[in-house]
Design a protein around this ligand. Sequence first.
Ligand code: FAD
Length: 598
Amino acid sequence: EGGMERHQYDVVVVGAGGAGLRAAIAAHEAGARTAVVCKSLLGKAHTVMAEGGIAAAMGNRWPEDNWEVHFRDTMRGGKMLNNWRMAQLHAQEAPERVQELEDWGALFDRTEDGLISQRDFGGHKYARLAHVGDRTGLEMIRTLQQRTVQLGIDVFMECTITEVLKDDGRVSGAFGYWRESGRFITFEAPTVILATGGIGKSFKVTSNSWEYTGDGHALALRAGAALINMEFVQFHPTGMVWPPSVKGLLVTESVRGDGGILRNSEGKRFMFDYIPEFFRSETADTEEEADRWYEDKKNNRRPPELLPRDEVARAINSEIKAGRGSPHGGIFLDIASRRSPEFIRKRLPSMYHQFKELADVDITAEPMEIGPTCHYVMGGVEVDADTQESAVTGLYAVGECSGGMHGSNRLGGNSLGDLLVFGKRAGEAAAAYAAGLPARPAVDEDDVKAASASALAPFEVEGGENPYSIQQDLQQSMNDLVGIIRTAAELESSLVEIEAFKERAKGMVVEGHRQYNPGWHLSIDLRNMLIVSEAIAKAALAREESRGGHTRDDFPQTDNEVWGKKNLVVTLDAAGTGVELSEKPLPVMPDELKKYFD
Ligand code: FAD
């Protein structure tokens, strides 16, 4: 490696989704020399795929809406396990962050009065999601990307970070490789902000793309930080189920927000059978009331199709299991019989094309077939609510790879708000810390050597297995044993299987050279997927109750006395090859906020 490429920065942001870009903008504006590193092309993050909108209590549709109501909805949606301070900051600051996007050139859909329009989504009391048709993420990423480039922030595209480097317990930089050439690169920097997104690719059926291999989660663990809430994985109720090549692809919740309903094979609108006690007083119990709600929200309660995602996904799962599913193993989502073709094409243009092109289904004329799909991880790096700093000095995490904000279940629209609010906070905090350092931590050359040896290990193995077969088996195993409904016996088997996958991965072999070699890239990602999968399965086995995105068939009750008061914390074990669990009490909500939950 004659003269490895090196760069010096104050702040290195890993990830160029909404969280990473917003953090980089904030760090740059605070005067820090800032770099953004992303493993795919700029603009190709998950954020661009976001459809429905950004939750922010701007009160444009409903003047009654304000941060207090949004805060309450978020906490209730997360079944009170959220970090209250993060939920509060998010609800308070999201409107400003959306307004700022508009100042930077984002064009949102409008109300009749010319204000930013807001749409209905599950779990939100009022229409609250600022949106651009069903392509909100595209407009958000376009705006942030344009600003990043305008400000002259350095971007390293198609560059994957594989290790966070440390000096005396503090961050000193990051190590990675260029996907194209396979050559290594070292960043010397006192702060690293992880903004790598989620973990969905560990499951077979998912709305996530190849990038979601839990890199930030694993990087943080290996650097000595902790993860929380890892047992909580969100299965979105509506993914495509057919044709097989697109199984898992997302069907936005806006279909239901705009009037779509769920029916089983008997034509029954079954969600009325699944209204939980916790939400009974705010949910319509007749079709008439539910239908009136779209026009008159003051005098009617919400349709049960718009319960939080965990409730709807479980209901769909039960109907399919009971033999009342659709021909391809899903359930029917019908907007065709409820809204005019013009309305559907205007409000849901991407969905219209998605079904037309991929499934040859005209959603203005016939129902869609849908089923649950692994969508989002509530769990992530444990961070300080105000600064997003982890337990490791100089290491920050923001966006989907951070934990705490969403508790046991995230409300739709609350991720995009999260990226903006906490992206800004993390960027500012990292810049301030870097600026205040009397001397910069140094990169240890031995750590760089170790990182490159570890990355190259799969080239040294002879006669081993290729990473693709291990990945496939892991995805199937996670889907079958750590999915939407869990039991102790299945979770125990999953942990046995994960150990076996880890053994197999030790003998992983990759063919060919370092120049653009997807097999090699996967071998590196797979280590992350394995450790993150272990974290999910271990936490899921330990939490003996059902709550939000964690349903135990053997512990169906929500146990507020015991489990409602604590988090499970995941850290790397002493050997550094697996993870271990500990428990931590939830931060205590101050009385002036408790009053919203009486
Ligand atoms: P991402 O946007 O995924 O960005 C991750 C970045 O990290 C990428 O640039 C990637 O290349 C980079 N990266 C990863 N690993 C590495 C590494 N090792 N080295 C270098 N770079 C790396 N939420 C809402 O609030 N509203 C919605 O309407 C909505 N719709 C959605 C629709 C779909 C189909 C999906 C999949 C999600 C949706 N979500 C929605 C969720 C939301 O989009 C995501 O949670 C959010 O965009 C995550 O943003 P992020 O910045 O944390 O990560």
